[in-house]
Design a protein around this ligand. Structure first.
Ligand SMILES: Nc1ncnc2c1ncn2[C@@H]1O[C@H](COP(=O)(O)OP(=O)(O)OP(=O)(O)O)[C@@H](O)[C@H]1O
Length: 394
């Protein structure tokens, strides 16, 4: 197993100050919390929340066999692509803290947007449901101690206005054992001091640990790098669909990925077997297929209770729709065994990266219909794919 020293050597550009390492140790080895700790990491945008959360995850893995990671940063999640809210169980150290990696979450929801702004209520409902699932599965009072699992919650950096209210609601619902608050030098951008989310008179036990964002040298210069959020999102989506192909297949450029996706045999999904839901917009009934073609959709399993948000198993690209045959063609790395459970496609605002579309990844110019069957270069690619027929979904 990789040790922490090896890990720090593997990511030399990451600076772990004494303050950071003491904070992580005090969460992991806090003797006052007999059940495993539940730690929320919060602070303004780009202050190092994700970097600290990853580091904390590794420190906890030295003591616990596995650690839960509740990712509430819907714009730039750690182990999934943009638009997801997820609970992932991690049982291996991350060797390089600078490289994000995709993991299959234990449970996830497709929120379908890069920010919670458009629908804070649903956003919070997803997070509360994920947290309640964690409590039910890993904090049962009658469960053996070894089944208990600590939890790290990474949060979004929107800490003013509605973003602040959302964070307070999250903190109150989760009632963590530890809150790690990261401050930056620009004080007005920081969260309020103290246990800002608690009402006066709260009797519960919570440890607030305040730390500063990382500084790198004797001049106390910040190491924070402004990220290109759009680029990171696109890279995440491309890495996700790269999983459609074996890792030993030589796909190193965006063009190669676009070509590979263009000739990848899609799944055939009978339109009659699925429902379509638009998450943040209303689409007239007659436009549903137009709006779906050449888009990314969340692949979900609808719940028997309509008030419940449907669990999601992954993403797919709608490659084309043939209304004449009643089939929808879908590309997805999700294994067939999981896809068979999918009966709901969720459409949000997560788009196919433009750089992929600028290459050879051509779509049918419009969805098929009896009246408008058309043949284009894209169609030829597409038809080639169809010769290697895949199982239809149940
Ligand atoms: N301790 C550190 N050492 C080196 N670089 C760091 C450190 N902390 C943060 N950074 C760099 O600063 C940038 C922002 O860090 P990070 O992504 O962890 O912040 P964040 O608070 O999660 O951001 P956001 O609010 O956008 O989600 C990243 O490029 C990261 O590599």
């Amino acid at each position: 197993m990789t040790s922490i020293t090896e890990m720090e050597e593997a990511s030399p550009s990451i600076h772990i100050s004494d303050e950071w390492s003491e904070a992580a140790e005090s969460v992991a080895y806090d003797s006052t919390t007999s059940p495993p700790p539940i730690a929320i990491v919060c602070g303004p945008k780009n202050c190092g929340k994700t970097t600290f959360s990853r580091y904390l995850l590794n420190i906890l893995l030295q003591r616990y066999k596995r650690v839960g990671y509740l990712d509430t940063d819907v714009g730039q999640p750690e182990f999934t692509t943009t638009g997801f809210l997820s609970l992932t169980v991690v049982d291996k150290l991350t060797p390089d803290l600078t490289i994000p990696c995709l993991k299959t979450p234990e449970r996830c929801f497709f929120f379908g947007d890069v920010s919670s702004k458009r629908d804070p209520t649903t956003y919070l409902k997803c997070i509360f449901t994920l947290y309640d699932y964690y409590r039910k599965e890993y904090c049962k009072s009658d469960s053996p101690v070894r089944n208990e699992m600590p939890l790290v919650v990474n949060t979004h950096g929107w800490v003013k206005g509605v973003g602040y209210d959302i964070l307070v609601d999250m903190l109150r619902h989760i009632a963590p054992t530890h809150v790690v608050k990261i401050n930056i030098t620009s004080e007005r951008k920081n969260l309020p001091g103290g246990k800002f989310w608690l009402d006066d008179g709260y009797g519960g036990q919570v440890n607030l640990i305040e730390i500063n964002s990382a500084r790198q040298d004797s001049f106390n210069r910040s190491v924070l790098i402004q990220k290109d959020a759009c680029l990171l999102r696109d890279l995440r989506i491309m890495a996700y669909f790269r999983q459609c192909f074996p890792s030993n297949l030589n796909i190193t450029t965006i063009k190669e990925l676009a070509n590979a996706l263009a000739s990848h045999p899609p799944y055939q999904v009978p339109i009659s077997s699925i429902k379509i839901r638009h998450l943040h917009s209303q689409v007239p009934h007659t436009e549903v297929f137009y709006s779906l073609n050449a888009t990314i959709v969340g692949l979900a399993v609808s719940s028997k209770q309509p008030e419940n948000i449907p669990w999601c198993v992954g993403l797919g690209i709608v490659r084309g729709i043939d209304t004449f045959k009643g089939l929808l063609y879908l590309i997805s790395p999700v294994p067939l065994i999981l896809l068979e459970k999918v009966d709901l496609l969720l459409q949000g605002f997560i788009h196919i990266p433009t750089c992929l579309l600028q290459c050879d990844f051509v779509f049918t110019s419009e969805y098929f219909s009896s009246a408008t069957a058309c043949l284009s270069v894209g169609m030829a690619n597409y038809a080639m794919g169809m010769t290697q027929l895949l199982m239809p979904l149940a």
